[in-house]
Design a protein around this ligand. Structure first.
Ligand SMILES: NC(=O)c1ccc[n+]([C@@H]2O[C@H](COP(=O)([O-])OP(=O)(O)OC[C@H]3O[C@@H](n4cnc5c(N)ncnc54)[C@H](O)[C@@H]3O)[C@@H](O)[C@H]2O)c1
Length: 244
C-alpha cells in the first residue's frame, strides 16, 4: 500500500513514518507546510501531489479539512482521518467526502480505547443513577480540549443515557446535575494520553481507564484502518467496523 501521509512532520506523522519504514507498505508522499524533512517527497499542500497512492493517512490539523476531503473525493483515494477537533461544518465536509470514497475516522485509533468505550457504556447502563465523570491527561502541546477521545467516550455513554449533558471545563458556582457527564482536561509535560472514566454511586466508585504509553499505538491503529479501507465501498467507517 502506497500512503500519502498528511501531517508528516508532527509527532504522529513521525510515529507513522517509523512504523511504515522497513515494512510492507511505503509512503508515496509526505505532506506538511513545515520545513521539508523528506527531500523530494515532501509537499506543502496535498493538492501538490498527483502521483499514485492507495490511501491517505491524516494526523494534521482540522483546519486542513477542506483541502483534505476535496482531494480524497476528487482523486478517489480512501481516507483515514485521525485528526481531532473537527467542527460540525468540517464534519459535513467529511460526510460529503464519504459519499464518494471510503473514509475511516476515529478520535482514537487504539483498540484498547475501543474496549474502554464499550466497558464504560455497559457500566453506565448497569448503574443508571451513577455520576459519570471523565478525566483526560495529555501533553502540554495539545491544541484541542477536551480531547476527541474524551468526547467519544462521553458520546458512547450517551447512547445508554440519552438525556445526558456533556459538561466540559466546569467552573464557578453551581452543583453538578445528575444527568451531567463531566469532562476535565489536564495538560502536562509529555503525557501521551490517559483517559479515566469514573462511575460513582453513593457507596462505590468504578474506574475504567486507559493509558497510552507510546504514540506508535495510534500509528499502528491508523495503518490497520488504512488496510481495512482498501477495496471497501464509499462510506463512513469507524472503530466499531474495524473490530467487528
Ligand atoms: N486518532 C488518534 O488516535 C490520535 C492520536 C494522537 C493524535 N491525534 C490527533 O492527530 C493530530 C496531530 O497530532 P500531533 O500530535 O502529531 O500534532 P503535531 O502538532 O505534532 O503535528 C501536526 C502536523 O500537521 C501539520 N499540519 C498543520 N496544519 C496543516 C495543514 N493545513 N495541512 C497539512 N498539514 C498540516 C503540521 O505541519 C504537523 O506536521 C491532532 O489533531 C491530534 O489530536 C489523534
Amino acid at each position: 500500500m502506497e500512503i500519502i501521509l498528511h501531517g508528516s512532520t508532527g509527532a504522529m506523522g513521525r510515529a507513522v513514518t517509523e512504523i511504515v519504514s522497513g515494512g510492507k507498505h511505503s509512503i508515496a508522499a509526505f505532506v506538511s507546510p513545515e520545513y521539508p524533512e523528506n527531500a523530494g517527497r515532501q509537499y506543502v499542500k496535498i493538492s501538490d501531489f498527483n502521483g499514485k497512492a492507495d490511501c491517505i493517512v491524516d494526523f494534521s490539523s482540522h483546519f486542513a479539512a477542506k483541502d483534505l476531503t476535496d482531494y480524497a473525493a476528487q482523486r478517489g483515494i480512501p481516507l483515514v482521518i485521525a485528526t481531532t477537533g473537527y467542527t460540525e461544518e468540517e464534519m459535513d465536509m467529511v460526510r460529503e467526502c464519504a459519499k464518494k470514497v471510503p473514509v475511516f475516522m476515529s478520535s482514537n485509533m487504539s483498540l484498547g480505547v475501543a474496549a474502554v468505550s464499550d466497558l464504560a457504556k455497559r457500566a453506565a447502563a448497569l448503574f443508571p443513577g451513577a455520576d459519570i465523570e471523565i478525566v483526560e491527561y495529555h501533553h502540554n502541546r495539545k491544541a484541542d480540549a477536551p480531547s476527541g477521545t474524551a468526547l467519544m467516550l462521553a458520546n458512547s455513554i450517551k447512547e445508554v443515557r440519552p438525556n445526558a449533558n456533556i459538561v466540559t471545563g466546569r467552573s464557578g458556582y453551581g452543583k453538578r446535575q445528575p444527568e451531567d457527564i463531566g469532562i476535565s482536561a489536564v495538560r502536562l509535560g509529555n503525557e501521551v494520553g490517559t483517559h479515566e472514566v469514573y462511575i460513582a454511586t453513593q457507596s462505590q466508585v468504578i474506574t475504567i481507564s486507559h493509558r497510552a504509553q507510546s504514540r506508535s499505538l495510534f500509528a499502528e491503529g491508523a495503518i490497520s484502518a488504512a488496510e481495512f479501507l482498501i477495496g471497501k465501498p464509499a462510506g463512513f467507517y469507524g472503530m466499531k467496523d474495524l473490530i467487528g
